[in-house]
Design a binder for this molecule. Sequence first.
Ligand code: HEM
Length: 152
Amino acid sequence: MNIMSIAIALHVIAIVVWVGGMFFAHQVMRPAAVKTLEPPQRLQLWVAGFKRFFPWVWVCIATVLITGLWMFFQFPKPPLFMHIMLGLGIVMMLIFFHVFFAPYNKLKKAVVDERWKDGGAALNQIRMLVGINTVVGLITIVIATAGKYFLA
Ligand code: HEM
């Protein structure tokens, strides 16, 4: 077992946790919460959920970045799909940083103050950005895995 095998395994596990978590939140939990909960309970559920999911996202981002960059620099001339993966990965990380520091903060404050309308607006922004990041994540997975067959 060499370092490359450990790096790629950690890299892919971190991606599965991050992108799978976003897919579940956006496509499964959100419609279920809308169907069953009134805004005050729904917004509190999301704050409690994000409080548990976001620390994992930070761990995933650190893991993806460290292992990805380490692998990237093992290649004397990294192929195009790796450059695209790096670029899209950075876009995903910037989107997460924005979610974490802007609308998530607003959502937490609005829930503490019981301003449900403001909380709803912040949650809506998070929903949109997580939706975008899920799609970019899935596209990046296709490029990372199938890219070597269709990109030079
Ligand atoms: C942000 C910086 C990133 C860098 C520098 C990076 C770099 C790399 C490198 C060098 C490999 C090894 C490829 C090979 O040996 O063929 C790899 C594998 C992989 N990466 Fe990334 N990556 C990054 C982010 C991401 C993201 C955001 C995703 C998905 C959303 C992703 C998904 C994958 C997958 C699925 C593999 C396994 C590919 C395979 O072996 O078929 N990576 N990455």
